[in-house]
Design a protein around this ligand. Structure first.
Ligand SMILES: *Cc1c(COP(=O)(O)O)cnc(C)c1O
Length: 472
């Protein structure tokens, strides 16, 4: 573009005021703060000015009025994007039930209703309605947790990482904690057992080897500085082959001899025996406590299927010490968590109900026949929309539990595979991820894979439509 043409085009650009007065923006101004609209108009104008100076696609033929229209449309789109929630729902077609990046556990209907109710009204969060005196926010959860786990007492904090930190700070600050080398795990992000230990002020004493740790290894490490024996459930990996872990029972025996508490970081911490439903065995909280562990810590939003939370359960005298620890205030749960967790725990009073009502357990135990039906429906919808633009098949496959739980579990599932003709499966996956609603999927051998285990029934039409739109 010639210099003259560029200058002519620049002169054709409307002013901010002209755009704001343009009738197309009336609706936008009525529905959004003026400052937001002005900012969007400025940004759109600046963008267009830059494009002209760079000589990119000439707008000469647009004329004065059309520039106004162009800028207005860009501003409308910019405002739409800027007011859209940045945290938004995603369709999870990965089949990973506890997907940490996608928010882990979905709440049950009762838990969702409880959150809604408690968020929109005042509550007796810290008030005992019988006495009129100050109450504890932990009380309603504690009685449910003790009856579900057999623990003497329990406490709930923000997440399991915080729970482990609280346990170690309370029971082992300035003293030694004995852990097997095979259990110094990294959970994700920066949560590694040695680092959490350092934060808590406890000193780590590693024993055994990566693959094998015997009771004698712990025994030899105990001295007058030892505060406790820690067992970490290696929830996100498995050592197979030549391996030996010291069991909780064996640790408890050593603990008894030396009068030391045994603490178990269970990670997931299931409240039911999942092997009864065809899943691999995962130590249930109740069993670990029954085996004699003095304190256990586990997550609220892994296999338990509730809100993000960390639960500590065990002997009353240790839990009472934690309740008085100043750290507790910094990691305490808010009322919405209390509401959601109470409703979730209540479902467990009847195990069959828990399996039926808690989305995590329902997805994990979904019968193959149900998954086949869902996959058939999804494939049918996509075929109708895609016509001859993609090949759509239904096939058998496996889904993962995720969230660092049951790493070895391969749950048989049913997949819908889509092979688009005009674009690659990778491109299809990217466009779906950036769409609205966003869809997370897998790609294998240049095929888009949709695992129906984690797709909710009411998402099927939107998912099929999203795939159909990209393919066409
Ligand atoms: C997941 C996990 C944690 C951390 O739990 P969050 O609730 O994510 O904070 C700690 N320890 C183990 C063994 C875990 O599996």
């Amino acid at each position: 573009m010639s210099k003259e043409a560029r200058e002519r085009n620049l002169r054709l650009l409307p002013s901010v005021d002209e755009v704001l007065r343009y009738n197309k923006l009336a609706g936008l101004l009525a529905g959004h703060p003026r400052s937001v609209v002005v900012e969007a108009v400025r940004a759109s104008l600046a963008g267009e000015r830059r494009r002209i100076l760079e000589g990119s696609p000439t707008q000469e033929e647009l004329g004065e009025h059309s520039y106004l229209n162009l800028i207005a449309e860009k501003a409308i789109e910019a405002v739409r994007l800027s007011v859209r929630s940045k945290l938004s729902p995603v369709i999870n077609a990965t089949g990973v039930v506890l997907h940490t990046n996608l928010g882990r556990a979905l709440l049950s209907e009762k838990a969702r209703r409880a959150v809604n109710e408690i968020a929109s009204s005042y509550s007796n969060l810290e008030l005992n309605l019988d006495t009129g005196m100050r109450g504890s926010r932990y009380a309603p959860l504690e009685s449910l947790l003790t009856s579900l786990t057999g623990a003497e007492a329990a406490l709930v904090v923000n997440n399991n990482a915080a729970a482990v930190l609280l346990v170690l700070s309370t029971l082992a600050k300035g003293r030694e904690v004995v852990v097997s080398r095979g259990q110094l795990v990294e959970i994700g992000g920066s949560f590694r057992i040695p680092e959490v230990m350092a934060q808590s002020g406890a000193r780590l004493v590693e024993v055994g080897a990566t693959n094998k740790t015997y009771p004698e290894d712990y025994q030899k490490a105990v001295n007058e500085h030892t505060a406790l024996l820690l067992h970490v459930h290696t929830s996100n990996y498995r050592i197979i082959g030549f391996a030996r872990e010291t069991t909780i029972k064996e640790l408890v025996n050593i603990g008894r001899v030396f009068s030391l508490p045994v603490v178990s970081d269970l990670g997931s911490g299931s409240l039911v025996d999942l092997s009864r439903y065809g899943l691999p065995r995962e130590p249930a909280v109740k069993e670990v406590l029954a085996a004699g562990a003095d304190v256990v810590a586990f997550s609220g939003d892994k296999l338990l299927g509730g809100p993000q939370a960390g639960i500590v359960a065990g002997r009353r005298r240790y839990i009472e010490m934690m309740k008085k620890h100043p750290l507790l205030r910094a990691i305490r749960v808010d009322k919405m968590t209390v509401a959601a967790l109470e409703a979730t725990l209540r479902e467990y009073l009847d195990e069959e109900r828990a399996i039926e009502e808690l989305p995590v357990l329902k997805m994990l135990t979904a019968p193959i026949r149900l998954l086949e039906e869902k996959a058939g429906e999804l494939a049918g919808c996509i075929r109708r929309l895609a016509e001859d633009k993609a090949e759509v098949t239904v096939e058998q496959g496996y889904s993962a539990v995720g969230g660092g739980a049951l790493p070895a579990a391969e749950l048989p599932t049913v997949l819908v595979a889509v092979v688009p003709r005009a674009i690659s499966a990778g491109d299809l996956q990217t466009v779906l991820r950036k769409g609205e609603p966003a869809v997370m999927s897998r790609v294998r051998d240049n095929r888009l894979i949709l695992d129906v285990r984690t797709i909710r029934d009411n998402e099927l039409p939107a998912l099929a439509a999203a795939v159909g739109k990209v393919i066409n």
